[in-house]
Design a protein around this ligand. Structure first.
Ligand code: ZN
Ligand code: ZN
Length: 468
């Protein structure tokens, strides 16, 4: 029996005769889609309300910098609009926060090749003297290079921090490259820098700089911090490649203007079963001040409101759907923190937000308790006709709903394509023209289907372990 030919034949026989087919599990039977859900979803593909909201908000209000008079006007606009649409319990919940206002922003290369550069201050930037400051530049191609710079080595200098951000469908390159903006300025300050300029956290190569918030840990004095357009950043890097010292004159005069008022605008579709928990949805009403806040995040409040309106106009859902137009997301997520402070003890079934532009939803991911596993299966069937697949990751993300999710609330994340988002994110080009109405409608259909499934689910949707 030890004959090698027989052994080989037996081996062949076992591998060949026990075909792989026998081991392949039968494909799962897709969950049935409730015809009422399908009808709501398909009707939403003809939606005009979302576009109407974002068109109105950008035209009649425009930029909505947090805790300014413009953001307050936007809240008044939102209340009138939500009441006119028939939402219930429409109200504003205000909170206080520090106010930051943009000033002048100019930069020019003094040497070796004198010319002006295009840049904008980052949110929470400190200021230069009114006449500006002139200093030599140390060029770091990446945030990692800045992190490796010795302590004290940037004394009296302007730090430049580059990045190599590429577009990604899931937006992951924002997290990996964004450190240069989120924490780069504070790190440069800790090494003695007078000021910092970064390459915009963006994926275009145009001359529009991308603003965005930067964080100063307690005790760190803000220094002037700005973003060069990607084109200007590459220009500066080419100058550095020539090996000559670079001197920059920089004028940034933003200011902190004490405490001001912001607020969340809340509206509801009342459910029939208060014990089943709230389905929390929304986006943020505030925007940066360069564009008109169309993709960030007029689209998000418009998509979620238009979807909720479709449930409002039908039979009452089991769960209350609460739509929140959060205030002051951009400078530090103040609205989401305040919402969790005020409402964190109320029972929520799930919490999810739309804050990634207006392009199509391509994937969904959930964090649901075991008792609600079948809900995710029904979502998969209901969303598939929109070209949305189920991701293997754990959903539950976002600056506005994050503080509520952290309390153990489940989530259904509808992930939008990020391939175009960072071309115009936080730039003067965040305008209505960036919105593709067909993709916006697909978003409304996805959110409508999600709400129809989740708000009406007969299962118990209790607490979950928050995603780490
Ligand atoms: Zn946003
Ligand atoms: Zn933003």
């Amino acid at each position: 029996m030890n004959h090698p030919a027989i052994a080989a034949a037996l081996l062949l026989a076992t591998t060949a005769v026990a075909p792989a087919v026998a081991q392949r599990p039968a494909p799962p039977v897709p969950a049935r889609v409730d015809p009422a859900v399908a009808r709501l979803r398909d009707a939403a593909l003809e939606d005009t309300l979302a576009y109407d909201i974002v068109e109105g908000l950008t035209t009649e209000i425009g930029q909505r910098l947090a805790a300014t008079e413009a953001e307050a006007r936007a809240r008044t606009w939102a209340v009138a609009r939500l009441k006119a649409l028939g939402f219930r319990n429409v109200r504003i919940e205000t909170f206080r926060m520090p106010v930051w206002l943009r000033g002048e922003e100019r930069a020019e290369v003094i040497s070796p090749f004198p010319q002006k550069l295009q840049l904008v201050a980052l949110g929470n930037s400190g200021a230069t003297p009114a006449e500006g400051l002139t200093a030599p530049v140390t060029v770091f191609r990446t945030y990692g290079d800045l992190a490796n710079a010795p302590a004290g080595s940037l004394k009296g200098r302007i730090a430049y921090v580059g990045n190599a951000m590429e577009p990604t469908q899931d937006g992951s390159s924002y997290g990996s490259n964004g450190a240069a903006r989120f924490v780069g300025p504070a790190l440069a300050a800790s090494k003695g820098a007078l000021a910092v300029v970064i390459r915009s956290i963006g994926t275009d190569a145009h001359r529009n700089p991308h603003t965005g918030g930067t964080n100063w840990p307690p005790g760190v004095q803000p220094i002037p911090a700005a973003a060069l357009s990607v084109s200007d950043a590459l220009l500066l890097e080419r100058m550095a490649d020539r090996g000559k010292p670079i001197t920059l004159h920089l004028t940034l005069t933003p200011r902190f203007a004490g405490e001001g008022e912001s607020g969340n605008v809340i509206a509801e579709v009342p459910g029939t079963d208060p014990r089943a928990g709230i389905v929390l949805i929304g986006g943020h009403l505030d925007s940066w001040d360069l564009g008109t806040g169309a993709i960030d995040d007029g689209a998000g409040v418009a998509i979620t409101t238009a979807a909720a309106k479709r449930l409002l106009d039908g039979p009452r859902p089991r769960r209350t759907i609460r739509v929140v137009w959060f205030g002051a997301e951009e400078p530090g997520g103040y609205g989401g923190i305040d919402y969790a402070r005020v409402h964190g003890r109320e029972r929520h079934a799930t919490a999810q937000e739309s804050d990634f532009g207006a392009d199509r939803v391509w994937r969904f991911e959930v964090n649901l308790p075991d008792s609600a596993k079948a809900v995710a299966d029904r979502l998969q069937s209901a969303l598939a006709p929109l070209g949305i697949s189920r991701g293997a990751g754990i959903g539950g993300d976002g600056t506005d709903v994050g503080p509520t999710i952290a309390l153990g609330v489940g989530s259904v994340d509808l992930n939008q394509s990020g391939l175009r988002y960072f071309d115009t994110h936080h730039t003067p080009d965040d305008t209505l023209e960036r919105i593709d109405p067909a993709q916006l409608r697909q978003n409304v259909a996805a959110w409508t289907a999600m709400l129809a499934v989740v708000a009406n689910a007969s299962e118990d949707i209790g607490n979950v372990t928050p995603r780490k």
